[in-house]
Structures are given as structure tokens and as C-alpha cells.
Write a protein that binds this ligand. Sequence first.
Ligand SMILES: N[C@@H](CCC(=O)N[C@@H](CS)C(=O)NCC(=O)O)C(=O)O
Length: 224
Amino acid sequence: MITVHHLNNSRSQRILWLLEELGQPYEIKRYERDAKTMLAPPELLRVHPLGKSPVITDGDLTVAESGAIVEYLLDTYGEASGLRPARGTAAFRRYTYWLHFAEGSAMPPMVMKLVFQKIKSTPMPFFARPIARGIADKVLAAFIDPNLQRQIAFMEAELAGSPWFAGQALTAADIQMSFPIEAANQRAGLSGERTPRLLDWLARAHARPAYQRALQRGGPYDYA
Ligand SMILES: N[C@@H](CCC(=O)N[C@@H](CS)C(=O)NCC(=O)O)C(=O)O
């Protein structure tokens, strides 16, 4: 039996969604973030040395890193699922690109934005606050926000040619892309005017019965 070590409000929601699309039985072991630090509890360190989520166990095997988990699940249980295009096709190249883009390019500026915004509201001696805020605002304006906006415009433009990231059908790359797009919606302001395709993509993802079932099993989650 597959066990998903599931941290609340986290990337492991994607793995639940994939397993629901595959119709593969699984169980969930829940972990709660520390309410103050938002970090994972130390029990996750007993599953994997980095103590991050998602991580799955399948018999004796432990697989961490969401992209690697997606590949493992498709290799082992999903060859016939249609969630990965046939190798050698243009759709497969697009699938590979977006599968890696999600964590390799899209998430780093999202996480940086969260961290630099937190710096501004962190308790500190009054004399340090204007300096910390000034530095955070500068990094946000000069580096993080321009990169985020460029990425969002790129993702929006790429959806002009097809409804899903790899082509006409949903693939596991879309599932992997769901977390950065949810995060962009919360933190970088997707809008009907600037990003209608991304919002439409999100609405179609949310409408999938497997997405709904994953949400029910994983519990509500908030990306803010
Ligand atoms: N690139 C990794 C990122 C894993 C990661 O950072 N997970 C977050 C949850 S979204 C986490 O465990 N955070 C809690 C912590 O760092 O203590 C993946 O995609 O699996």
C-alpha cells in the first residue's frame, strides 16, 4: 500500500490528486505545520532526512521530491493512464519541460516572495524595521516581482495553443504545475484581464472529480 506523508497546505496535495487520477489505492499519514514557523514537524524527519513533504512510502521504498514521486507513480502504476504522453512526441517534450519547470523555475521566486514579505512583518527592534523593510522592498521590486511577472506572462502565453500544458489532454505535468499556479493566484495576483487562460486552467483543474476527491481526502488547503 502506498502511504502519502501529507503536510497540511503543501505540495503533497498534488500527489493525492495524481493518485486519484490514477485510481490507485493509498493511505494518508498527516503532519501539521507549526502554526508559528509554518515548518514541518520533526516526525517527518523520520521518513526522510530532509523532513519535507511530499514524501511517499511504498513497501520498503521511500520516494521524496514531488517530480520524482510523479515519475515513480507513473512508471509503476500509470503507464496506461494517459497522464504522460508517448515518448518521442512533441507532447512528451512539453510534458517534460513543464514537469521540471514547476519546481525548478516557477517555485523559487514564489517562495522568495513569501520569505521577503514575511521579513517585513517579523517582530524586530524598532530601529531595525525601516532598514529590513527597505532591503525587502528593494529585493522584491528589483528581482522577485519582475521574475514572477515574466514567468506568469510566459505561462499565460503558453496556454494560447492548447488547453493543458502538454497539449489537448491533462497530464501529470499539469498536476505538478498546479501548486505554482495556485501560489501565483494567491501571491502574485492572477486576473481575468491579464491571465484569463491561467484562471480558466485553474477552474478546469478544480472541476476535475479526481481533484475534488483529493481535496476531500487531504482536507482543505490554503496557499497563502
Ligand atoms: N521541491 C520539493 C519541495 C518540498 C518542500 O519544500 N515542501 C514544503 C511543503 S510545500 C515543506 O515540506 N515545508 C516544510 C518545511 O520546510 O519544514 C518538492 O517538490 O517535493
